[in-house]
Design a protein around this ligand. Structure first.
Ligand SMILES: Nc1ncnc2c1ncn2[C@@H]1O[C@H](COP(=O)(O)OP(=O)(O)OP(=O)(O)O)[C@@H](O)[C@H]1O
Ligand SMILES: [Mg+2]
Length: 248
């Protein structure tokens, strides 16, 4: 579904990502670990197509199509959705207004908002005065309404309290895992995701297929996400960098 090939990216004239290779198959959930400043958010922003992230080498392939140079709105129409780490405030634009543009016809916005405890935010300026956890729930609600086929989630658990984390985790799991019923047959949803996490808390709610460690703009290693998380907890990121040096 998503293939990132030899991707190098500059931001503000500075090389942030270097020869990144990463893929997410249809129906798979991959997680991305890495220290602060590694370039994780930059990678997601580049895949989504935000301006300022200049691809200087490599390709982004989505559903067998090269989207490297497509504008952000075209990527959204093709089924890519993002929860960014720091979404902007949008005074004067209500969530309800946004949903008039992004919602699929069959979506019950009121019900989704209620499930995420967001009903009272539908008529407020987007993110204006929202708390950290409220912003995350708002971002998740926007994705639940948009129903993309590839979810890019930047630290979905960050800043979310211990009670709300269950709500957020279960909603993400439901969006990604639940089967759909069509003409009496059950089909896998086939939704894919690339999720950035520091704590791995989200792994309690979703079944991740593969983990990647990004450090200093480069993928250092990939493998079983829980094993990678344990390695990071036990040895820090240094072990991973040593392993990469031994391989090369
Ligand atoms: N506009 C910019 N100009 C210069 N450097 C930038 C710019 N935007 C991002 N960077 C740098 O790119 C690097 C990667 O940033 P990024 O936000 O992708 O890190 P991250 O891996 O998501 O870190 P964190 O875990 O802290 O969220 C950082 O060193 C950051 O300062
Ligand atoms: Mg980040």
């Amino acid at each position: 579904m998503l293939e990132i090939k030899n991707l190098s990216v500059e931001v503000g004239g500075r090389r942030i990502l270097n020869d990144v290779n990463l893929s997410v198959e249809r129906g798979h959930i991959n997680v991305l670990f890495g220290p602060n400043g590694a370039g994780k958010s930059a990678l997601l922003m580049t895949v989504m197509g935000f301006s300022g992230y200049n691809v200087v080498e490599g390709q982004i392939i989505f559903n067998d199509e090269d989207i490297t140079n497509l504008p952000i709105n075209e990527r959204a129409k093709k089924g890519i959705g993002i929860m960014t780490q720091r979404p902007p405030n949008m005074p004067g634009i209500k969530l309800r207004d946004l949903f008039k543009i992004t919602a699929k016809e069959s979506i019950d916005i009121e019900k989704l908002a209620e499930e995420l405890d967001m009903s009272r935010f539908l008529d407020r300026g987007i993110n204006v005065g929202f708390s950290g956890g409220e912003i995350k729930r708002s971002e998740l609600l926007q994705l639940a309404v948009q129903q993309p086929s590839l979810y890019l989630l930047d630290e979905p658990e960050s800043g979310v309290d211990l009670v709300s984390i269950e709500k957020v985790g279960n909603k993400i799991s439901e969006l990604l895992h639940k089967d759909i019923k069509c003409a009496g047959e059950r089909y896998k949803k086939g939704k894919s995701a690339l999720i950035i996490t520091h704590t791995g808390q989200i792994l309690d709610y979703i079944e991740a297929d593969r983990g990647y460690i990004l450090s200093n703009g480069t993928i250092m290693c990939s493998g079983n996400p829980r094993e990678l998380l344990n390695e990071i907890k036990n040895q820090g990121y240094g072990g991973c960098i040593r392993c990469k040096m031994m391989q090369s």
